[in-house]
Design a protein around this ligand. Structure first.
Ligand code: NAP
Length: 292
C-alpha cells in the first residue's frame, strides 16, 4: 500500500553522491511502515560543492536526521555543531540528528560491525588476534570495533606502505594508535595462522567481480581451526573469500548484518524506540534478491 504523506509527515534521509544505489531507503522505510510512524526516508543526491548549503537547507525544511554516505563522511565534520567521541575516533560520520536546533553527528558503523560478534558469535576476545585486510574508510570502524571488543592484537594489512602510514598517523592523537599494528600484504603468510578473526574490508570479490578473492585458497587454508572470517561485502552472498573460508571450517559472517545493524542503530537515534530488525533485514534481502 502506498504511504499517505501529509503536511505532518516528518523527514529523514541519506545524503551522498551518487546516492541512487543506497539501500538505506528500502530498509528504513520498511521499518517506518512496520512501526506505523508518520515519517519518510528519502535519498538526497548532494554534490560535494553543495554540501554546506545542503546541510543548511535540510535544517531549514525541518529534517529530523539523515545518514551520510560517500563522499561526505569526513567532509561533513566541520559543518556539524557536535560530533560524538565515537565518530571523532573513527574520523567519519554516518549518522546526523537534529538536537536543540543543531546538527550532531555520530557513527553507527562500529555498532553494525560488532553486532554479530557480540551476539551470535559472542566470546572472550581478550586473548584473540584480529587481522584486518585493507586500510580504507570501513577499516577505521573495524579497528575501532575490534578495540572496543578488547582484542589482544589487531593487525591491519594493506598493499601500500604510504597509505598504511597515513592510516596509522591519522590516529596519532588517539589512544587507539597503541592498539594496532600495520603490515604490508607480504606479511600475510605469517599473520593468517594466528588470526582468530580475519576481516576483509577491501572491495575485492564484490559484485560484479565475484570470482576474485583477497586471499588465495592456499592462504585461507592456513586459518586456525575455529577462526571467524568476516567479509564486509554483502553482494554476492557468500563471496569467494567466505566460501573458501567455510570450506576450511571457519565460521563466516557476511556484510549484510553490519549493514542492517548500522541502520538499526541510526533509526534508534532518530526515533528513540526499538526497531523491527527482522523486517529491515528481510526488506534488504528481498530487495537484493537474496531470498533467505
Ligand atoms: P575504501 O575507503 O575505498 O577502502 C578500500 C580499501 O581496500 C583500501 O585500503 C584499498 O587499498 C583496499 N584495496 C582496494 N583494492 C585492493 C586490492 N586489489 N588489493 C589490496 N587492497 C585493496 O572503501 P571502504 O569504504 O572502506 O569500503 C570497503 C568495502 O567495505 C566495500 O566493499 C564496501 O562495500 C564495504 N562496506 C560494507 C559495509 C557494510 O555495512 N557491510 C560498510 C562499509 C563498507 P589502498 O588504501 O591501498 O587503496
Amino acid at each position: 500500500m502506498t504511504k499517505l504523506i501529509t503536511g505532518k509527515t516528518k523527514l529523514l534521509g541519506v545524503i551522498g553522491h551518487p546516492v541512487e544505489h543506497s539501500l538505506s531507503p528500502v530498509m528504513h522505510n520498511a521499518a517506518i511502515a512496520q512501526l506505523g510512524l508518520d515519517y519518510i526516508y528519502l535519498p538526497f543526491p548532494i554534490e560535494p560543492q553543495n554540501l554546506e548549503v545542503a546541510i543548511a537547507g535540510l535544517a531549514a525544511v525541518g529534517v529530523v536526521g539523515f545518514n551520510v554516505t560517500i563522499p561526505h563522511k569526513q567532509a561533513i565534520i566541520p559543518l556539524l555543531s557536535e560530533i560524538t567521541p565515537l565518530a571523532q575516533t573513527i574520523g567519519a560520520v554516518n549518522t546526523v540528528s537534529r538536537q536543540n536546533n543543531q546538527w550532531v553527528g555520530t557513527n553507527t558503523d562500529i555498532e553494525g560491525f560488532i553486532a554479530p560478534l557480540q551476539t551470535t558469535y559472542k566470546q572472550d576476545w581478550s586473548q584473540k588476534v584480529a587481522v584486518i585486510l585493507g586500510n580504507g574508510g570501513a577499516a577505521r570502524a573495524v579497528v575501532a570495533g575490534c578495540t572496543q571488543l578488547g582484542f589482544a592484537q589487531i593487525h591491519v594489512v594493506g598493499r601500500n606502505m604510504q597509505k598504511l602510514e597515513e592510516f596509522r598517523n591519522s590516529w596519532s592523537d588517539s589512544p587507539l594508535a597503541e592498539k594496532f599494528q600495520v603490515h604490508q600484504w607480504e606479511e600475510l603468510p605469517k599473520l593468517i595462522p594466528q588470526a582468530n578473526l580475519l576481516v576483509n574490508t577491501t572491495p575485492i570479490g564484490m559484485y560484479p567481480k565475484v570470482d576474485e578473492s583477497p586471499l588465495s585458497v592456499e592462504e585461507i587454508a592456513n586459518l586456525p581451526t575455529g577462526a571467524i572470517a568476516y567479509d564486509l561485502i554483502y553482494i554476492p552472498k557468500p563471496t569467494q573469500f567466505l566460501e573458501q573460508a567455510q570450506k576450511q571450517g571457519a565460521i563466516v559472517i557476511d556484510g549484510l548484518e553490519m549493514l542492517v545493524q548500522q541502520g538499526v542503530a541510526a533509526l534508534k537515534i532518530w526515533l528513540q524506540q526499538e526497531m523491527p530488525v527482522e523486517v529491515m533485514r528481510q526488506a534488504l534481502q528481498n530487495h537484493l534478491g537474496l531470498g533467505e
